[in-house]
Design a protein around this ligand. Structure first.
Ligand code: B1M
Length: 812
């Protein structure tokens, strides 16, 4: 909810927020298009060229009953302002001044500074750093506050990570309330794969004042998405749908939902408990007027506080409602290979360990990079950034170094657990503000200046102090977890029972979730797995919610499976039966195997296919070079790279991975291919007598170029003179090249159903302008039939076939 703030007008926003329905305006961009904004022209330029028009649009929305008008500054950021003669600050000042003029005769209305995404992708997937994105947004929000805006609206974001940079920029540099909306696809995820749960957990953690959804789809299609947000959110929810889906009518874009239908849906949203309502693309004054009229008859429902404990990555949320397994393998204590990897900055090793744990069934991964002789701040931050771009699981950020904790939590894309705070005054005062600021769950250890107390009651006392201190910092109880600390049975046998008792007491008395690093109990004893799984069973019965453990320890995993059956969490034993019905291997053998695996410190998986699927660049390079000792480059492409990318494509389609992971795999494949290129080019070129000129391009609208690049290298290897025009190539560029360079063969690539028609259009243009040129087409989506549909001369299923066809063309 709104933080205590100084400015008078802002207090008014906070006075009304969460107390009555608030109305936002409708679209700006599409209204400007209808008034003549040219394709490619920046809407913000109209603040200067058509100020009266902008002021009129604002006024129309206010007249329609909007409480908030949104400044015409959606794209007013450093990157886009390069195309404008004005600075970011000038654009924002101008737009806000026009809004102030408009609002002067409408008391009780407010100005929302409109901030859209930057248009760039953040590292490590893209090339903009988190800090640079932060600076870009800082410039905008500081200018907005200075110009006199009342609220900041971050809207239409699809990348939660970018939105986090934006929210931090606003929190740290302004006093304005922050409203955030993200844009979702029909599958309930953003383009980058952010889930609704992750959005709510992360943004509420960061302390924004309202969250919701805008743009995306029409109001009807948004209903399930809004319903889910309502189930999860404790802050006021905001909804600004499009007026349906855009349809092209001649040169005009029309939207298929009219004002009556739109406003009916908006009333339904109000009845579902949505607090803030407005419109996005395609909506106009009429839509907003009808909406405000209809919603007036709905009684306002105040947002309710939700109590579920949850953490998340950008794509996956984990709630503490069943046993939550926190993987312990990314902690260098006692693990020589991990220690060496951390010292050598071998991130691929760290990622492989993480992937193993994910596969073994961990729900959250503890990440600790603490070694005495390294820069832990930099290493923990880097590990978190790299891990989160590949692993779907939420992370538990683990360090005793407060700077490392803050640096890693700041760049974490989601809501993490901070491991840990304890009962010492210094720890409480330094760790809790970090947890509060970044909206993390915090794990409290029951120790203080006097060490770990012996009795369960004393540990309960420390836990109470931690909970009280955390609440005093504004951290809700649901975000506090307590670890009662396992001691070793070999050294302090009598205290094991006290730990178990402490778990029970703390759950009963404080009602917080409990965590235990279970396997500490068996240090110094033989047959550790037996002690570990027994301790785990005992702790679960005391109410342990989340063991920190090795998910590769089958004995412990089996204990959890059995516990879930016996306690009734595994309804009708479905998961248990699925897992064990055909299982012949004895669990003792499995346990022993897991133990040996642990002792040998999980070896690396030297497999190129797996390395590409997992997006491991360095590993892809190394394994490619290994394979080159026994296989030809072509065999590696056909046997490893293509199958790996096919698998990646499948996983992307079934949503077990998302866009950032898809990009990572593509980069790994490129790295592997980079290693093959010189091998391919140094082989003897054969067959072609004279150099035939070939132009290659991925068609307009399609940015896939790995396959086309392979075709290029193989063709060059066979002595063709290849001009590579790149990807997303418009037909006029291909035509120009064919004419200028006397090209005889054009090879076109397309990988998406949506770009097959682009290929057809390109071929039609080529036929008109360059009738003699022969056209070969390829790409995963194409078939012989489709090649006929697009009007090509030949279809090549792969690079070698392209060469064969090209040779035939030359020989004719
Ligand atoms: Co995307 N992508 N992708 N993608 N991607 C596919 C194609 C997809 C099938 C994945 C899926 O959903 N299962 C799907 C298309 C669905 C469809 O339309 N049916 C898809 C999608 C949806 C998208 C985005 C829209 C995702 C998004 O943003 N939400 C987006 C597209 C944006 C755009 O293009 N406007 C997108 C983005 C990307 C990345 C950037 C992340 C990356 C591309 C990186 C790059 O190329 N620089 C990527 C990747 C890697 C893939 C998959 C996983 C792999 C493609 C690949 O490189 N295959 C792919 C799934 C799949 O294909 N299984 C997928 C390996 C390559 C060697 O094979 O290109 O077929 P291929 O080339 C072969 C032959 O086909 C032939 O020879 C090559 C060598 O043997 N050949 C030719 C190819 N071109 C030829 C030209 C010739 C002759 C032969 O001319 C003479």
């Amino acid at each position: 909810m709104c933080a205590p703030i100084k400015k008078e007008e802002i207090d008014v926003v906070c006075d009304v927020l969460g107390k009555k329905h608030l109305f936002f305006d409708g679209a700006m961009g599409t209204v400007l298009q209808n008034k003549g904004l040219e394709l490619g022209e920046l809407p913000e330029s109209h603040n200067f060229t058509h100020p009266d028009e902008i002021e009129t649009i604002y006024k129309e929305y206010l007249r329609a009953g909007a409480h908030f008008i949104t400044t015409n500054t959606f794209g007013a950021n450093r990157y886009k302002a390069q195309q404008s003669p004005y600075t970011v600050e000038e654009i924002i000042l101008k737009a806000t001044t026009l809004a102030q003029n408009a609002k002067a005769s409408f008391p009780g209305t407010y100005i929302a500074l409109d901030v859209g995404p930057s248009g760039k992708i953040l590292q490590p997937v893209g090339d903009v750093s988190f800090d640079e994105a932060y600076d870009v947004f800082k410039e905008q929000v500081v200018a907005g506050e200075k110009a006199g805006c009342d609220v900041i609206l971050f809207e239409t974001f699809t990348d939660l990570y970018e939105l986090k940079a934006a929210v931090l920029a606003a929190k740290e540099n302004t006093t304005l309330p922050i409203f955030c909306t993200m844009s979702f696809e029909a599958n309930g995820r953003t383009f980058f794969g952010t889930s609704i749960e992750s959005m709510v957990l992360t943004l509420e953690g960061l302390g924004v004042d309202a969250i919701g959804v805008n743009c995306s789809l029409g109001p009807k299609q948004l209903k399930p998405i809004v319903a889910q947000i309502m189930e999860l959110a404790s802050v006021p929810v905001m909804v600004q749908p499009n007026a349906g889906l855009p349809l092209m009518q001649g040169n005009e874009t029309r939207y298929d939902v009219l004002a009556d239908e739109f406003s009916d849906c908006m009333k339904e949203f109000a009845d579902m408990g949505v607090s803030i309502l407005g419109g996005c693309c395609g909506t106009t004054q009429e839509y907003i007027e009808k909406m405000t009229q209809k919603v007036k008859s709905s009684s306002y429902q105040r947002p309710t506080k939700k109590q579920k404990t949850g953490v998340c990555s950008q794509s996956k949320a984990v709630y503490f409602e069943d046993v939550v397994i926190i993987g312990e393998r990314l902690n260098p204590t006692g693990k020589k290979l991990l220690q060496a990897a951390i010292r050598n900055k071998d991130i691929d090793y760290v990622i492989t360990e993480a992937l193993n744990q994910e596969e073994q069934g961990a729900h959250i991964l503890d990440v600790n990079m603490g070694l005495p002789d390294i820069d832990e701040v930099a290493m923990l931050k880097e590990a978190v950034v790299e891990l989160q771009s590949i692993i779907n699981l939420p992370l538990q950020i683990d360090s005793s170094n407060i700077y490392a904790l803050e640096a890693a939590t700041r760049v974490y894309n989601g809501k993490p657990i901070i491991n840990s705070v304890n009962g010492k005054k210094e720890s409480l005062e330094t760790v809790l503000p970090i947890a509060k600021k970044y909206g993390a769950c915090v794990l409290g250890l029951t120790l203080d200046e006097r060490g770990i107390p012996n009795s369960a009651e004393e540990r309960l006392e420390i836990a109470k102090r931690i909970v009280e201190a955390a609440q005093a910092f504004g951290i809700p109880k649901r975000d506090i977890l307590i670890d009662c600390l396992v001691v070793t049975a070999s050294a302090q046998q009598e205290l094991v029972a006290e730990t178990l008792k402490a778990v029970r007491l703390i759950k009963q008395e404080l009602g917080v979730k409990t965590v235990l690093g279970v396997s500490n109990v068996s240090f110094g004893l033989p047959n550790r797995p037996l002690i570990n799984k027994t301790m785990l069973a005992m702790a679960l019965m005391q109410g342990l919610d989340a063991p920190i453990m090795n998910p590769g320890d089958e004995g412990m995993m089996e204990t959890i499976n059995a516990y879930r059956v016996l306690i009734g969490k595994d309804k009708d034993s479905t998961a248990y039966i699925d897992q064990y019905l055909d299982k012949k291997e004895s669990s003792i053998n499995a346990t022993q195997k897991a133990y040996v695996a642990e002792q040998t410190d999980n070896a690396k998986n030297h497999d190129l296919k797996q390395a590409i699927i997992n997006g491991l660049k360095e590993e892809s390079k190394l394994t490619t070079n290994d394979l080159l000792k026994t296989l030809s480059a072509l065999e590696i492409i056909e046997g490893y790279i293509v199958p790996a990318l096919n698998e990646v494509g499948k996983r992307y389609e079934d949503q077990s991975i998302y866009l950032p992971q898809l990009i990572k795999s593509a980069e790994a494949a490129k790295r592997s291919f980079g290693e093959l290129q010189s091998e391919l080019l140094t082989n003897n070129a054969e067959y072609a007598k004279a150099k035939t000129k070939v132009a290659l391009a991925t068609v307009y609208g399609d940015i896939h170029d790995i396959g086309k690049n392979i075709v290029k290298v193989i063709m060059e290897n066979y002595n063709f003179d290849v001009l590579d025009l790149g990807k997303d190539v418009p037909s006029h560029k291909i035509i120009k090249t064919v004419k200028e360079h006397q090209i005889e063969i054009v090879g076109l690539s397309a990988l998406m159903t949506t770009t097959v028609n682009s290929m057809k259009e390109t071929i039609a243009e080529l036929r008109k302008e360059c009738p003699k040129v022969k056209i070969i087409v390829g790409g995963a989506i194409l078939t012989k039939e489709l090649s006929e549909y697009v009007g090509a001369d030949f279809y090549a299923k792969d690079a070698m076939e392209t060469v064969k066809i090209a040779k035939k063309i030359v020989e004719k």
